[in-house]
Design a protein around this ligand. Structure first.
Ligand SMILES: Cc1cc2nc3c(=O)[nH]c(=O)nc-3n(C[C@H](O)[C@H](O)[C@H](O)COP(=O)(O)O)c2cc1C
Length: 242
């Protein structure tokens, strides 16, 4: 059975737009009998790495910090698929997600080897070289807002000896809620997110058609700007009345 560990770092947890896409993707994987575990960083205590390098020596493979990473690190090591789900925060992943990724260092040996012409640390024998899928939503309209994070995810995978298996990206994500509320269909996106999960388990990869559908334009740019500013104006007015 394929083991999937999904970590969502939205502080809105199940009420957020990241969860909307992530949960459909996980549903698709579950339909193909994957074993799924989902975690929210908001509910976890994961401190930042202190760069003590105790996980290299003297306590090989073991971090000096005692927190929830004690339970999560073995799960990451055993996962065939790690799903990194994060809203875009100032062009990056959220702080708690970065802390979690940095704390994956104990999965690497201190030695250096050449992999694809780059200096890398070998993976400890008990850590699977699994796949990583990035799930992200953002507020801005254009898909290229995710470019810095796609680069980061690919680099992180090369560093951590994992395979980057694709990204489910939803720009102007709140427009999904707007369209749903105004009775317009987003069924193609819902189906593509589920189908992406089924495909990953069945074929080991996600088709570019489905990824494209998940990211498709929801409203034209000028309408997005108008709706966004209108929403902000209304929110400010009602907040001032309180
Ligand atoms: C601190 C902060 C920083 C953000 N930075 C960006 C950003 O740089 N670009 C962007 O498009 N959206 C940005 N957003 C908006 C979120 O990415 C967006 O609302 C996302 O869909 C929220 O996902 P969630 O509902 O799962 O929490 C930011 C939001 C917050 C709270």
């Amino acid at each position: 059975m394929v083991k999937v560990l999904a970590i969502n770092s939205s502080p809105r947890m199940s009420k957020g737009t990241t969860a909307l896409i992530l949960n459909l993707f996980l549903e698709g994987m579950k339909e193909k009998d994957a074993e799924i575990e989902k975690l929210y960083t908001q509910k976890l205590n994961i401190k930042p790495c202190t760069a003590c390098f105790n996980c290299w020596f003297p306590t090989e493979g073991e971090c000096s910090i005692r927190d929830d990473m004690d339970d999560i690190l073995p799960k990451i090591a055993e996962a065939d698929i790690l799903v990194v789900a994060s809203p875009l925060y100032i062009d990056g992943i959220t702080g708690p997600m970065k802390n979690l990724i940095d704390r994956m260092l104990p999965l690497l040996e201190p030695f250096v080897e050449l992999r694809n012409g780059h200096c890398r640390h070998p993976l400890r024998v008990y850590s699977k070289p699994g796949k990583v899928v990035y799930v992200a939503t953002c507020a801005w309209w254009k898909l290229d807002n995710f470019d810095p994070m796609i680069l980061y995810m690919k680099a992180m995978c090369a560093n951590m000896g994992r395979e980057f298996a694709g990204a489910l990206l939803r720009p102007h994500a709140s427009a999904m809620m707007y369209l749903k509320a105004t009775g317009k269909s987003v069924d193609d996106i819902i189906n593509a997110a589920k189908e992406s999960g089924r495909e990953l388990i069945e074929n080991g990869k996600i088709s570019s058609e489905n990824l494209k559908t998940i990211s498709r334009e929801l409203v034209p740019l000028d309408e997005y700007i108008q709706l966004f500013n209108q929403g902000m104006e209304e929110s400010i007015k009602s907040a001032r009345k309180r």
